[in-house]
Design a protein around this ligand. Structure first.
Ligand code: PDD
Length: 286
């Protein structure tokens, strides 16, 4: 069975899905996206993703092509049609195509935005990487300054992952003024003396939906949380570290720039938070 994708109102086999070569997402990376995880055929934190999507669109003056209820219906239809039990749904909205290349934004009343969604089947709850943890390198953060908007400008994060692969590692954390901003496609955390430290929200990082849930669950479990910037040196001398995202949930980090953390195995705080996150997020999955 061919994967069914959604393009501007139609559900079509992926081979038949088309957008214009003049689409501003293609020409200018003028688009925003969301990745929502699916467990047991249900959407994890759909409301959080829908709220952040609305904010990204508003920040860029882009029109929402459908309502949140319609968006939920499309997600559900796509899950059904692809019989997706576990994995992710990728959603992208671009400022559409006016049939030519022009830096100036087109009039949204004349040029509709492009809406595309597709599913990705993968095992995320029982990921082998979570059992052994991931190794990371640090790279300078060379992205633009509005990282709070979830745009499709992902060339530098992609380059960061390639630098990690070239070094024989799994991923990269990005550094600005000696402080860690975030991972290439995830938020970054360290744990020292039982306290969880993660960068505070600002334009410098993406406001992770998994981050918000994990910090809430950690506080509910009486774990101490501090939201502030931390240096890469502080990270290397931490007891443990981890990352969070919709596609990795809570993933232990066991090595930073060749320095093993603790005994080089996933730490107890990250391991416990992963379990709590999986349990709690399933309770509110829709
Ligand atoms: N990435 N920071 C960055 C730069 C990200 O790209 C992501 C998500 C996150 C975590 O956000 P959330 O918890 O809402 O997934 C943080 C997605 C998964 C991706 O690009 O595939």
């Amino acid at each position: 069975m061919s994967r069914i994708v959604y393009v501007n109102g139609d559900y079509v086999p992926e081979e038949e899905a088309r957008v214009s070569v003049f689409d501003r997402g293609f020409l200018f990376a003028d688009g925003v996206y969301e990745v929502t995880s699916v467990l047991d055929g249900k959407l994890i934190d759909f409301e959080g993703h829908a709220t952040r999507l609305k904010r990204s669109l508003d920040e860029l003056g882009m029109a929402a092509p459908v309502t949140t209820d319609e968006l939920l219906a499309i997600h559900r239809e796509l899950l059904d049609r692809n019989e997706l039990v576990e994995g992710t749904i990728y959603l992208q909205i671009t400022r559409g195509s006016e049939g030519d290349r022009d830096f100036v934004f087109p009039n949204p009343d004349e040029v509709p935005s492009t809406l595309v969604l597709f599913t990705q089947a993968k095992s995320i709850a029982n990921s082998p990487a979570a059992a052994k943890g991931v190794k990371i390198i640090s790279v300078p953060d060379l992205r633009w300054s509005r990282r709070d908007i979830k745009t499709v400008q992902l060339l530098y994060p992609s380059m960061g992952k390639m630098m990690a692969m070239a070094a024989g590692k799994d991923d990269a954390w990005m550094i600005e003024d000696a402080h860690v901003t975030e991972g290439t496609s995830n938020n970054a955390y360290i744990v020292k003396d039982g306290k969880i430290v993660t960068r505070h929200l600002s334009n410098e990082i993406l406001h992770g939906i998994t981050r918000a849930a994990v910090l809430r669950f950690a506080r509910e479990a009486q774990m101490e949380v501090e939201e502030r910037a931390f240096t890469i040196d502080e990270a290397k001398s931490a007891d443990e570290a981890f990352i969070t995202s919709a596609s990795a949930f809570v993933m232990p980090v066991v090595e930073i720039d060749e320095t093993p953390l603790g005994d080089g195995a996933p730490g107890p705080v990250a391991t416990r938070l992963r379990e709590i996150y999986l349990d709690e997020s399933m309770k509110s999955a829709i």
